[in-house]
Design a protein around this ligand. Structure first.
Ligand SMILES: C[S@@+](CC[C@H](N)C(=O)[O-])C[C@H]1O[C@@H](n2cnc3c(N)ncnc32)[C@H](O)[C@@H]1O
Ligand code: SF4
Ligand code: SF4
Length: 354
């Protein structure tokens, strides 16, 4: 089959992070510092990614500001001609560091927040973080960079949605991403405490709709639905190995940021294989490309070009078979697995990421 080059690279520079978000999509088994790629290895990853066609680099983690070589990596990606986005908790961002990153070509900052009020946000971050995020947002605006605010929504903060929208307005965010939790890594571990109720989701809909219309032209609002509650799955990654790749802190190359969870997948590393070979030829990237791998009901479904059968990681995590129809789908013979999760009473105890 015809394989297009990737457009985006998610560079997970480290799994280390000063926060402890219980909804974090990073794996429960976090990569330790001693096996992180070196500066030279990341520079090579960036060069190889650009050669492969990548135009957008998202520096993420963990907390990318914990890598002292972040400025060198931003410079290199910018000099290669890439648009460079920093995905950050904001902790560790100072005026001097930001000015330096901007002078090296940083083009955009995506800042995350945990809630609308200091009390709730700090509780959910497991650290005193909220006030520092307000400072980080102000620095980004002063530097003249576009600012996106990303807030992961769940049972423990859905009630703050109106306040979260006000927070984004006060920050002067150009874009607000309201992302209902995706259940990977720590989020999967905390699923019963994070799963929003149907009533919470119903209450959110008019709030988001009103804000989208009131703020049109000022702030773009993106609402990522709670897929367990939907009849059809998300078009995960717009197809496996189709548009984006992720390089994990230890150099493992992932077709989807959550793919390290698929234990049946033979993943490749930039430490032993060139990135282009991994993108075009590796068993992991070719495993679920196109439609050949699909079984029924996806194989003959009229929606397969829209959602690509859903998320392979979610299929594996819920059914044990990464080639199964995403059980979120109402046409999946295993939808009962998702309904069972939705029928369970929520719990309040959170296991914080550590
Ligand atoms: C894993 S974080 C790493 C960067 C940085 N530590 C931060 O939180 O902004 C990358 C982005 O994913 C979002 N995120 C984390 N866990 C998520 C989940 N379970 N579902 C959806 N988005 C999630 C965060 O809000 C953040 O915008
Ligand atoms: S989501 Fe929270 S815990 Fe996870 S990497 Fe980002 S700030 Fe750290
Ligand atoms: S059966 Fe497969 S292709 Fe059809 S809607 Fe469900 S997940 Fe999508």
């Amino acid at each position: 089959m015809d394989v297009s080059p990737p457009l985006g690279l998610l560079a997970e520079l480290t799994h280390r992070c000063p926060l402890h978000c219980p909804y974090c999509s990073n794996p429960v088994e976090l990569t330790t510092r001693d096996v992180e790629l070196s500066t030279e290895e990341w520079l090579s990853v960036l060069s190889q990614a650009r050669e492969l066609g990548v135009l957008q680099v998202h520096m993420s983690g963990g907390e990318p500001l914990l890598r002292p070589d972040l400025p060198a990596l931003v410079s290199h990606a910018h000099e290669l001609g890439c648009y460079v986005n920093l995905v950050t908790s904001g902790l560790g961002l100072t005026a001097a560091r930001l000015d330096d990153l901007v002078s090296r070509g940083l083009a955009h900052v995506q800042l995350s927040a945990q809630g609308a009020t200091r009390e709730r946000a700090d509780l959910l971050a497991g650290a005193k973080a909220h006030d520092r995020k307000l400072v980080a947002a102000a620095l980004v605006k002063e530097a003249g960079l576009p600012l996106s605010l990303n807030v992961v929504l769940h049972r423990q903060n859905h009630d703050q949605l109106p306040g979260i929208i006000e927070l984004a307005e006060r920050m002067g965010a150009d874009r607000l991403e309201l992302a209902n939790t995706q259940y990977y890594g720590w989020a999967l571990r905390n699923r019963d405490a994070l799963m929003p109720t149907a009533a919470q989701l119903a209450a959110a809909e008019p709030v988001v709709r009103a804000a989208v219309s009131r703020l049109r032209g000022t702030m773009e609002i993106v609402y990522v639905v709670a897929d367990y509650h939907e009849p059809y799955p998300k078009p995960c990654m717009y197809g496996w190995g189709a548009r984006q790749l992720t390089v994990a802190p230890d150099g493992t190359v992932l077709p989807c940021p959550a793919a390290s969870a698929i234990s049946t997948l033979a993943l490749s590393s930039v430490r032993d294989t060139p990135l282009s070979e991994i993108w075009y030829e590796s068993p992991s990237f070719n495993a679920y490309r196109g439609e050949e791998w699909m079984a029924e009901p996806c194989r003959t479904c009229d929606r397969r070009g829209l959602d690509f059968g859903g998320c392979r990681c979610q299929a594996f995590l819920l059914t044990g078979d990464a080639a199964a129809t995403d059980p979120v789908c109402s046409r999946s013979p295993q939808r009962a697995l998702v309904d069972l999760v939705l029928s369970r009473p929520g719990v309040s105890d959170l296991v914080m990421r550590r």
